[in-house]
Write a protein that binds this ligand. Sequence first.
Ligand code: 3NM
Length: 216
Amino acid sequence: MNRKQLELYFIMGTSNVKNANPLNVLELALQAGVTFFQFREKGSSALKGLQYEEFARECQALCRKYNVPFIVNDDIELALKLEADGVHVGQDDMAVAETRKLVGNKILGVSVHNLDELEVAIRNKADYIGVGPIYKTKSKADAKEPAGTRFLQQASKKYPSLPIVAIGGISSLNCHESIEAGADGVAVISAICESANIHQTVNEFKQKINDASQVS
Ligand code: 3NM
């Protein structure tokens, strides 16, 4: 994968969208120019069974229409069944080595919080890593304490060729801090899902990210 694709990484599941159709939200985000998509159907109200699979297929079809990679959070079986472009796993999900074996050469993203986890991800040929939460987030019930950009900076300095996306509480107002600290892009849920004007929000993100990457 090309690290430029991580620029504005949109993550969504039905529970992240309050007063709209999640597929409309996804299509607006794709039209506006998000560059990566992660299907993350979590929480007590998450779809199950056939409805879950159908919703995933609809998200995937939209991503294909806009030529944006479709990544499945955590559910390797679904990713394989749908022939998704990739999977993203956290530290509580399947071990990275095992995941890499199962997914072959699909894109593999791994959430890491320290150098040990980062090095395991690299050894198992993660294509990119996610670092977070940078700021306080309301979109992940079991998120760790906000870590700011210190570890992000450390990781990008130590492994400059590793694609990195920053996550957690990122908005168009603070995204430049992650880019300046060395991230290739930012991953967001609420900033887009809760935006009253997705086109404008995506444009603001892209402008800010672009400006910050000229500097960093
Ligand atoms: N993972 P929002 S934070 C899915 O720290 C996720 O690994 C995180 O949502 C991590 O953009 C997070 O609304 C939620 O803060 C990001």
